[in-house]
Design a protein around this ligand. Sequence first.
Ligand SMILES: [Zn+2]
Length: 472
Amino acid sequence: MTQQYRSRKEIYRKKPKKKNWLFFLPIIVLFIVGSGYVINSLLSDLNPEHKDAYAHTPLKLSSERKQAKRSLLKELADKQWQESKNYSTDEQTFFVDNLKHEDSLGLLFSHFPKDNAPDIVTGKQVSENYSKSLTRVYYNFSSYIWNEKKKSYDQTESNSGEASFIRSDTKKMPTTTDFFPSNEELMRCHFLIQQEILNRSKDGNTIIDEVLNLAPFKTGDLVVNKVNDVGIEVTLSQPIGDVSMVMLPWAEFSHYLNSSFVSKQYFPEHKNKQVALTFDDGPRPETTEKLLKILKEEDVPATFFVLGSQAEAYPNVLKEIIEDGHTIGNHSYDHKNLTQLTPDAIKTQMHSTDKTVYKATGLLPKYIRPPYGAMKESIAKTLDQPLIHWNVDTEDWKKGSSEKIVKTVNDQLEDGSVILLHDIHENSVDAVRPIIQSLKKQGYEFTTVDTIFKGPKSHTQYFGGSREINEF
Ligand SMILES: [Zn+2]
């Protein structure tokens, strides 16, 4: 008796949260025995939306079921009482005969069929810190479902399969403004959301125009539906074609979100001596194919800023670029100086190229490189993708020797450089292997534009190296 009392106190001290169910358990049992109205009244606490959307037990139980439930509750109560001593502090046992969706435990609702909910669920909730503000929650649980034929409960052992994420402070599901504190943050990654909408569609080609013309979302346009290991799933207030829900993967969005909600694994330590290769004006099969082979042999990623007109003519080369793990950017449709065009003409240049690349690869160009590097603020603010310029200009278009190109790169090189080359010239392609080998020898690592600029943002110009970033 004394020992049991002591162990109970110990549990209270270590895991104060458990106090709730331990305390209420006898009362719940008594209520069920006494009236059978407990579940009824608890359910009325749920708002009607949750009542419909999630599984729940029937309001009135048969007398056989009530009796079976009573003895099951008693049996489970004793069992839990003993077992709970053994759990470490980051695990909490739980015992519920009614789940509320508002609770962190309520996330369990989604695991049961709506028409056959368990009367009782017991188990363990395993929590761990995911990021500064998020807790990752995983469940191992037993559910007890009434079997009308056998007049007894069937017990099923399960786990939640997929972890859920809740705010560490409120224990509630995070909201859109937790991740995107203002509309500004949403605007900066609008181009990535556009891609995710297309990914969700059965046939993105049917909604591509609508997606390209979408104004940036406001925080009120997106409602967080769930958060898991993959990312944040949001519901769109206005469906776009067949898409009403979109997943924003951590891997893609980590740099655009409130960082206290993002796991450290998405912010790797900065490495010194990183460079990115970029190739403009293609694709041109004769030279681009040769380049792709070299990049594959050297295991080096690159970004290809393609022209819409060339992309239209050679969609298979675009496909190859993506299959080899490289990135595609938009270099306008036919190499016009954008600062000399009307807003409508600029839009046509960019969107026609976006569409061509999407049609060939299923991906929108991730960045824009304006022809001749010509850009001004009023135009930058109308373009969806980040603007990627360069800091190392090889001037390979002057058709100098490969040796000269390699020398120019070495002369201008610094950490975080973006190197400009053209995959339409033989001499440029011939210079690529010597450039790679020379830089590797100096300890440089070839990486992506994404890594160099840590998630480049819309309405912003990037150059590379020590050149300043220019945000509009
Ligand atoms: Zn160009």
